[in-house]
Design a binder for this molecule. Structure first.
Ligand SMILES: *Cc1c(COP(=O)(O)O)cnc(C)c1O
Length: 487
């Protein structure tokens, strides 16, 4: 990249008096004195002054520094970062959909409501649930919504003693956080060495103060929780409900349904399993499904199909209320629907199987060099505990950084917390055999380098635009505006 633009903020390219755009005049000009004084700016804002070409080059060069699933292999574990087929974007940006106003009369939005309804039904079928709300904006908000449903259910039976939520030690951090935000107390249950929840440790924790048990299946180490039927039985006997964190639904698609396993409430991360883009933290959607009998507690509004085939918005009086504006992230929902309809039932089932096959393929090809703490057939992802040979001092962080030199995104590192040197790999279903083989070859090269020339790995990355930022300082004192930089 040209030095003139490289690593510079647009403010640093600014020169007084340059300009690339002029606002059209508007009818408010000359009427400024009619605006309330205390709302008027006292000084002009500090904006960069650049010509159009400088601006275009600035953003184009910056976008070239970005890495995404459209650029290369992105093997993050836990957060499914799958390819987002372009047909989904096409559907979401159709003028007839993107141009709608949420306050339009429902008589004029029947097509959009029908799409919404079909997605509610499709997710219910995939999850084995009676009904879904699409309103929550993310998995974490889905968890909160689901726990609010569970609270509303217990309260509706006059059972107010249930203030605890049991969460496995392998759980994603959002599980205990959501429970706390829902006003519930978190109790941890430990896992067995094989990564699954310890049923014998769970048993004594279950009593009439437990509202729910939250589980992820396959769990965050990519292992199928084969004891779910037994767990669901003892949880239900104790009067509590089963919550399914659907972030890892991908390998289950068309194979196994949370509803059939005994879960009562679940969420799905559309931006994971259903391929809607979620770079940079958003936007997402975390629809929540419930088994029969819990529908009335779901958030308002829901879309219902009437006998004459038309659709309407329903506000239930027993509902826990509204958790998002209007109907949630509609464009994300449309992308998910497009993905489901373009793959169909067979395609979805194949996606889950291929995700599982690809993960096991990489695991088996590297297990002679990388430490495999849980030696079982995995689902869509698995965890290495760093290199087998610890004598070189090469850490998981070093390996992750060295991968960047080879044009791969790093896997998830130091999560889950069950192991010291966690390196969590999820290839997803869409990667070709060639890409998987190339990744395996590079991982084998890095293991060899760690032995022969460990300094090369420890000092990586060597050829990325930015080499080694100070992670601690970046977290403690983030510089996020031009003013912070100048300060
Ligand atoms: C991603 C994830 C979540 C949280 O979902 P968000 O959509 O990021 O809020 C919860 N649990 C697990 C296991 C996850 O991987």
């Amino acid at each position: 990249m040209n030095r003139e633009y490289y690593g510079k903020l647009v403010f640093e390219l600014s020169r007084p008096g340059r300009r690339g755009y002029k606002l059209p005049s508007n009818h408010l000009e000359g009427n400024v004195e009619q605006l309330p004084k205390d709302l008027l700016r006292q000084e002009a804002p500090e904006l960069p002054e650049v010509d159009e070409l400088t601006l275009v080059r600035h953003y184009t060069n910056m976008s070239n520094n970005n890495f995404g699933v459209d650029t290369g292999f992105y093997p993050l574990g836990s957060c499914t970062m799958k390819y987002n087929p372009k047909i989904n974007d096409e559907m979401a940006t159709l003028r007839s959909m993107a141009g709608l106003h949420p306050k339009q009369p429902v008589a004029t939005t029947q097509g959009a409501l029908e799409a919404y309804y079909i997605l509610q039904r499709s997710l219910s079928e995939i999850g084995g649930m009676a009904e879904f709300t699409l309103n929550p904006y993310a998995g974490a908000q889905g968890e909160l919504t689901g726990l609010m449903v569970i609270r509303a259910y217990h309260e509706s039976r006059g059972d107010s003693k249930r203030v605890k939520v049991i969460v496995p030690d392998s759980a994603h951090g959002t599980n205990p956080a959501s429970a706390a935000v829902a006003g519930l107390k978190v109790v941890e249950v430990k896992s067995l060495p094989d990564g699954t929840v310890d049923v014998e440790a769970l048993r004594p924790l279950l009593d009439d103060t437990v509202a729910a048990v939250m589980m992820t299946n396959p769990n965050t180490v990519g292992i199928f929780e084969y004891n779910i039927p037994e767990i669901a039985k003892i949880v239900h006997e104790a009067g509590a409900l089963m919550y399914y964190d659907g972030a890892n639904l991908n390998p289950m698609l068309g194979k196994a349904r949370p509803g059939d396993m005994g879960f009562d409430v679940m969420h799905i991360n559309l931006h994971k399993t259903f391929s809607t883009p979620h770079g940079g933290g958003g936007p997402g959607a975390g629809p929540v499904g419930v088994r029969a009998g819990l529908e009335k507690f779901l958030p308002n509004p829901r879309v219902v199909r009437q006998d004459d085939g038309s659709y309407k918005l329903v506000y239930d009086k027993d509902s826990l209320g509204q958790v998002s504006c209007f109907l949630g992230n509609f464009a994300v929902e449309l992308r998910a629907l497009s993905y489901i309809l373009s793959l169909g039932a067979e395609g979805l089932m194949l996606a889950g199987s291929l995700a599982t096959l690809n993960a096991n393929y990489i695991k088996e090809a590297l297990r002679d060099l990388y430490l495999l703490p849980i030696d079982r057939v995995c689902k869509h992802e698995f965890v290495f505990d760093g290199l087998i040979d610890k004598s070189t001092g090469v850490t998981t962080l070093n390996i992750a950084k060295r991968l960047l030199d080879h044009g791969f995104h790093a896997p998830t590192i130091y999560f889950p917390l069950l192991f010291h040197e966690s390196l969590m790999i999820e290839p997803t279903e869409t990667e070709s055999r060639e890409t998987l083989d190339e990744f395996i070859a590079v991982m084998r090269d890095i293991a060899r380098e760690a032995k022969d020339t460990p300094e090369i790995v420890k000092e990586a990355p060597h050829n990325t635009p930015i080499r080694k930022p100070d992670d601690t300082q970046a977290a403690l004192n983030p510089v996020v505006t031009y003013k912070d930089l100048k300060a």
